[in-house]
Design a protein around this ligand. Structure first.
Ligand code: SAM
Length: 301
């Protein structure tokens, strides 16, 4: 019988052996207790482990009492490493892919590896486990029936706002990663583009100082602007556009005309965008059109 951690046994298997497999193994996002028994067994039986940062993966292997050949696979060497890793799988080895934390491929390397493995007809399996975006979503108290994971948005505000405008009208919860130093600016951008929706900031998930702060985007922005950037890793979840959002262009026009009666174009657009969850840029454009129409009409009279 092959001992599960006998890596030399697998290398004796010839090309085309059924054993050859790429296994995508989810690892803890902060609490080592979250490695599943099946994931641990898989790592034990792997001939090699492809990882992002070997120093981080070694800590996990030490926790499991394992020693394994580690091969790094990250953005800077992926082109060169992909054929090597797949060559091992084709030769009958079991290669596990892990990321530093969580589920590989989710804002982490691996998608092109899986695509290439599939193209070559190689077996790919997944050992599911922790993933920060899903954990944040289920803790957020926001609708979970439809959601869109946006990963990390652009670091600069203008580009980030443009990305948000693309998804502003989607009837879905949005999940995004953000770094602590950029959280306040990100919340400001979310508020400006998406309106004052309910949201949650989840941080340090599965760790000692796990925290989920729920509130409207404005409340969250105010809180972190005052308290300063929080420590640790962060996921932001934003609810879908507000239910009372005008469904039709007529409703939008009515809301804008009312607001234009009381404020300047920019303020009116901001208020209506915030109240309706519509993209600010589009609302502003429509506000300008309505203003223009109104002054044309005045001119006619
Ligand atoms: N593949 C990972 C997963 O499935 O969770 C995500 C990797 S991504 C490079 C890292 C980002 O995930 C962090 O910047 C943070 O936004 C989020 N994240 C990871 N661990 C977290 C944790 N324990 N609490 C909150 N957010 C976390």
């Amino acid at each position: 019988m092959t001992k599960p951690n006998d890596s030399s046994a697998a290398s004796k298997l010839g090309p085309g052996s059924d054993r050859g497999e790429l296994g995508l193994v989810a690892t803890p996002i902060g609490n080592l207790g979250d490695i599943s028994p099946r994931a641990a067994d898989y790592l034990k039986s792997a001939d090699a482990i492809a990882c992002e940062d070997s120093r981080i993966t070694i800590r996990l292997l030490q926790h499991l009492g394992l020693k394994k050949p580690l091969l790094t696979y990250h953005d800077h060497n992926a082109e060169e490493m992909r054929p090597k890793l797949l060559g091992r799988v084709a030769a009958g080895e079991r290669v596990a892919l892990v990321s530093d934390a969580g589920t590989p491929l989710i804002s982490d390397p691996g998608f092109k590896l899986v695509r290439a493995a599939a193209e070559q007809g190689l077996k790919v399996t997944a050992l599911p486990g922790p993933s920060a975006p899903l954990m944040a979503l289920i803790l957020s108290g926001l609708p979970t029936d439809r959601f869109l994971f946006l990963g990390f948005l652009a670091p600069k505000s203008a580009a980030r706002r443009a990305e948000l405008e693309e998804v502003a009208t989607l009837r879905a919860s949005l999940i995004l990663f953000e770094t602590a130093p950029r959280l306040v600016q990100a919340l400001d951008d979310l508020l400006a583009v998406l309106g004052n929706r309910p949201a949650a900031v989840a941080r340090e998930l599965t760790k000692m100082f796990e925290e989920v702060r729920r509130g409207t985007l404005r409340e969250l922005h105010e809180h972190y602007a005052e308290a300063g950037p929080p420590k640790g890793e962060i996921v932001i979840v934003v609810g879908p556009p507000l239910a009372e959002a005008p469904a039709t262009g007529d409703d939008l026009d009515a809301a804008l005309l009312k607001a234009l009666g009381a404020m300047r174009v920019k303020e009116a657009a901001e208020a209506v965008a915030a109240a309706t969850g519509r993209p600010k840029r589009l609302v502003y454009q429509r506000a300008l059109e309505l203003k223009q129409q109104a002054s044309d009409d005045d001119g006619d009279g």
